[in-house]
Design a protein around this ligand. Structure first.
Ligand code: SAM
Length: 390
């Protein structure tokens, strides 16, 4: 592809990403993969270059731009070489004109910025929310650091995380499949808040494809029982093969019906030592991976998410044994989804209490603990550990 054709491809992709954000369509990564699956003539250098342009444009615009071209015009303003690719050639974009719309530069949408500030995340922290995330892996408990460091001498130990390593971006993780799982340091840290150990019964209520289920199972040394649940059949179906690859035979999966979750959980009422709730959320803590997600969130969507979080907490409450723990996690930095949810739960459930959380990363916040990209170099999370009355 010529440089001009790459710019045109980025514009087309951005148009698709903007529309998907508006209409609840697929994530940018998926759209990029689909785009190139249909254009086999594009080589790996073309794909990389276009991808970089697309993500640079997404990161530059706090609010969704009017069009892919407006977003690329914004980048072209600061980059003469890029501006020169608007050359009107056969596969390239039309020449730039002085009066065409240019996207407004920004970091976060205005209303989310206000919510972040209410949660104590000021503008100085916002750039870190959309920086590129590092490549973190979690070593299986029975795999020694020495073995992995011999394979990847440039890997760095993540302070405080006994099983965490940070790898140079682009490291071929598949070459150590089975020994390591790709997992952000923040995800590893919040999984530790479950304090899962051998022999426990753990319900992972919102298990998805099982990223944290595997960490919980590893912490249990493969002894005990994990019931991994979700309402999303496709996500949950990816969990069993991952658990098998990780050598975990203690994981069983249960598909739940939204709003009728308890029907499939009747046998587990008041039995779990730990119920882990990695609740659906806005993902404001994971914009480093999906920066276009900040174009998707609306006040209505946030209200629906907080209602689901409160509902899932009610379901979880019925599963915890007397004296057991409910661990609530969101990869969000907004108090509406984190601290406020936990406060409301505690107000509504007499006898429950919040336990202090001792994690190597993050800091206490209200009745829980928060990790932020700017301070901790991880995805953003809120986690609370709530204890049932005995
Ligand atoms: C943050 S994701 C979970 C990520 C997963 N724990 C991991 O570590 O990869 C939240 C999950 O909650 C699920 N979910 C949404 N509503 C639910 C409900 N009512 N009961 C159980 N799971 C639900 C979603 O399908 C989604 O997979």
């Amino acid at each position: 592809m010529t440089p001009a054709a790459r710019t045109q491809a980025a514009i087309e992709l951005l148009d698709a990403i903007i529309a998907a954000a508006r209409e609840g369509g697929a994530a940018a990564d998926t759209l990029i993969a689909r785009y190139f699956a249909a254009r086999r003539y594009a080589g790996s250098k073309d794909r990389r270059a276009v991808r970089e342009l697309v993500y640079a444009a997404i990161r530059s615009c706090g609010e969704a731009p009017a069009s892919g071209r407006a977003a690329m015009c914004l980048l072209a303003r600061a980059d003469e070489q890029l501006a020169a690719t608007f050359d009107g050639s056969a596969h390239g974009p039309a020449p730039l004109s002085t009066d065409e719309p240019v996207a407004v530069p920004g970091t976060v949408p205005g209303w989310i910025g206000e919510a972040l500030e209410r949660a104590g995340i000021g503008p100085d922290e916002w750039p870190a929310l959309i920086e590129r995330a590092p490549l973190d892996v979690r070593l299986r408990k029975d795999v020694g650091h020495a073995e992995v460091l011999a394979h990847w001498p440039d890997a760095q130990v993540i302070p405080g995380l006994p099983q965490g390593l940070r790898l140079p971006s682009g490291t071929d993780v598949a070459s150590m499949a089975g020994a390591v799982e790709v997992q952000d340091a923040g995800s590893q840290a919040v999984s530790l808040a479950a304090a899962a150990s051998a022999g426990m019964t753990v319900v992972d209520l919102c298990a998805g494809a099982g990223g944290k289920t595997l960490a919980l199972g590893d912490a249990m040394g493969g002894e005990g029982r994990i019931v991994a649940c979700d309402v999303d059949r496709a996500r949950l179906s990816r969990l069993a093969p991952r658990a098998a690859r990780a050598g975990l035979s203690i994981v069983e999966t249960r598909l739940l019906n939204p709003n009728r979750e308890l029907e499939a959980l009747a046998d587990l009422q008041r039995t779990a030592d730990v119920v882990f709730v990695d609740a659906p959320c806005s993902g404001t803590g994971t914009w480093r991976r999906n920066p276009e997600a900040r174009w998707r969130l609306t006040p209505d969507r946030l209200a629906r998410l907080t209602a689901t979080q409160a509902h899932v907490l009610e379901v979880a409450e019925t599963l915890v044994r007397p004296g057991g723990a409910l661990v609530y996690v969101v990869c969000s930095l907004l108090d509406e989804e984190g601290s406020n949810q936990v406060d409301a739960f505690l107000r509504g459930h007499a006898g429950w209490s919040a336990a202090p959380i001792d994690l190597p990363l993050g800091a206490a916040l209200g009745n829980g603990h928060r990790l932020t990209p700017a301070r901790d170099g991880t995805d953003g999370f809120f986690v609370a550990r709530l204890l049932a009355p005995c």
